[in-house]
Design a protein around this ligand. Sequence first.
Ligand code: C2E
Ligand code: MG
Ligand code: MG
Ligand code: MG
Length: 285
Amino acid sequence: VAKSTGEGEARLFESSMETKADRERLLRGELQNALTNEQFHLDFQPIVDAETGKIVCCEALLRWNHPKLGSISPTEFIPAAEASGLIVSIGRWVLEQACNDASRWPSDVKVAVNLSPRQFSGFGLAASVAKALAVSGLTPDRLELEITESVFLSDTDDNIRVLNGLKSLGARIALDDFGTGYSSLAYLRKFSFDKLKIDRSFVTDVAVSDENLAIVRAIIGLGRSFSAIVTAEGVETNDQCDCLRVEGCDQLQGYLFSKPVASAELIPMLREAQSGQFTATCSAR
Ligand code: C2E
Ligand code: MG
Ligand code: MG
Ligand code: MG
């Protein structure tokens, strides 16, 4: 157990980080306090309409700033929160915070929230979403819920029932990291997604690799066939942007437009961007 002095704790953290398993155990323990001690916050990353350059949605991305360990990546702490089950209460907090923030944005901007498969077990998810909408007053069609196909790896039928429940609340469902899973196509038959998000790994080389271009083109075609919006993740360069626009991708997200930003920074961006801030970012089609 750590001494109450800062130095003692710092030493404890350093020595605890020796192995990956130790680090994971440390994070799991610390996650317990993170919620109550308000160490979490949300950043938001704009997603723009590929035609107009206007911000149409902002994705909520969870951030953990630990007083001693500093900022910890969600790719590291989300798996730890999933393993411990804490993701359920953390996820509820994310939903509530994201809906509250979005209720203060222009009404034509949606908010996207990532859901972990663990949040699907039990019957609490639809109730949490309904509560977050009711408390914030956010209209349901402004809430997008992003899932990955890992949701379909277990309890498929139950999880599809939950997804249909979320849809009947009026929320939109997006399939995140599309193309990276084992059998993404099979899931398109099982559930009618409102949006497909092309994984960054295909976007990175879209302008220089014929294979990646072919995959991106196919996903855009699939989206069209299933009446789903197609969003490209991880757009960093003008070449990628131009290419995706030519292919008819509906929405674009990436550092080229904006990194994830804190809520206070987002509000003035939304005000400016509604007059087409990002229109000139990619050269015209
Ligand atoms: P994701 O949902 O696919 O989110 C997109 C990730 O790509 C974010 O990383 C974002 O910062 C990053 N990104 C966006 N544009 C670019 C770009 O142009 N270039 C590059 N290199 N990266 C870009 P982040 O914030 O580290 O989040 C990583 C993952 O953690 C997310 O992937 C999501 O799976 C998970 N995550 C984040 N917040 C939450 C949450 O509230 N709940 C759950 N369950 N998972 C979350
Ligand atoms: Mg996402
Ligand atoms: Mg993604
Ligand atoms: Mg991704």
